[in-house]
Design a protein. Sequence first.
Length: 447
Amino acid sequence: MTKVITYGTFDLFHEGHYRLLQRAKALGDYLMVGVTTEAYDKARGKLNVVDSLVTRIENIRKTGFADEIIIEETPGQKVNDIRKFQIDIFAIGSDWVGVFDYLKDYCKVVYLERTKNISSTMLREQNSPIQRIGMIGTGRIAARFIPEARLVSGISTQGVYNPHIESAKRFADQWEINAYTTLEELYDAVDVVYIASPHETHYEYIWSALAHGKHVLCEKPMVLQRGQAEELFAFAKENRLILFEGIKTAYCPGFHKLLGIACSGTIGNIRNVEACFTKLEKRDSRELTDSIYGGSFTELGSYVMLPVLKLLGHHFENIRFDTIKNEKGLDIFTRVSLNYPMGIATATCGLGVKSEGRLLISGTKGYIVAEAPWWKTSYFEVHYEDAGSVDKYSETFLGDGLRYEISDFLSMINGSSSSEFKLTRGESVALAGIMEQFMNAENREEQ
Ligand code: C2G
């Protein structure tokens, strides 16, 4: 008798799960299915699991493919199960290719092709909240998005569009999703849109997606003009759609904790915020060669402005930009200085100059410091006048951190407003306004 085992969460049971179990069963005579517990999913960073363990087990049972169902509670359990139950074949979807090769020492490992299309008919029948997402753009951030989205239950990445059809096809093959040759094709196949195209194309794509009734998650900087941001948010609101700017730091649990402490009075009244983020890019990178939209501020400005706006607000009295430029006239290092009635701030970013990336928040009773990479906050300290007394805080930050913003985006689509305050429309509009002021200041200097 050939014994097969497979594992999964099987949340919001859909045809991808069904087809996986069907093919796993066909590999042998006896199929064991390991279902993850809530605690294990939490530990491995899978967010947003909706169905209880009992419901998930019941859904698997109903397919009739499983001869035995067990629960998976710990990371090392697979090896032990395979030995204990004398398993011949370990099967799992191809989104995990390579990850489970270590099990080849114990049994045969088979990766079954993942199901690309979760059909709308099935979703309607199940009344399931799974959102099918279509991507616009195939760059580095788009590649980071897919594995993170797979760790958020309730969202399925269906396909990608890029006006360069070859790039879309390459990307789609790599990630086993569909390549759409037109935007219309993408809109027909999905419920929500993720925009990760070059900055200057965001505005048009957002309009078009909203006009097709799709919720939109757009990479930062969402747009580069205040008026455009206002217009898009108004249009989204009118059509009861979610428009969400993806600044991942804003949704990261550690950053959230830090803001909570900063605003709780622990360090008194906040008088100064300093945020710095630098990254050395290759000289021929898009960021350092696109003479209109490249440069450090359009690339990293959203991150460094975020804590300033969150802590001191967007009603600053004045703002000033100091930049160092490369031979192409692009800013490789920018310092933004802001004055508020009761505080000051500096936000610094660089793509061609390296500096110490830290976030420092000074108050009338103490200060908070988070070292690089504070934009993926996992640790920070609170210091007081007495140098010996330091409060230390840590928080988990998993993977690339995009999963937190995807999860919040999803909960907003599903009607929850509990994460809206993490990056308000007003803050996104202010950020677009600051981008606009920066671009105008740059142009003025060149004239
Ligand atoms: N799957 C699929 N097609 C989809 C979605 C999922 O073939 N469109 C497969 C996955 O590859 C996996 C199974 O269905 O083999 C269950 O998927 P999930 O519930 O998302 O579980 P997962 O997080 O992949 O669990 O120990 C847990 C396992 O390591 C993986």
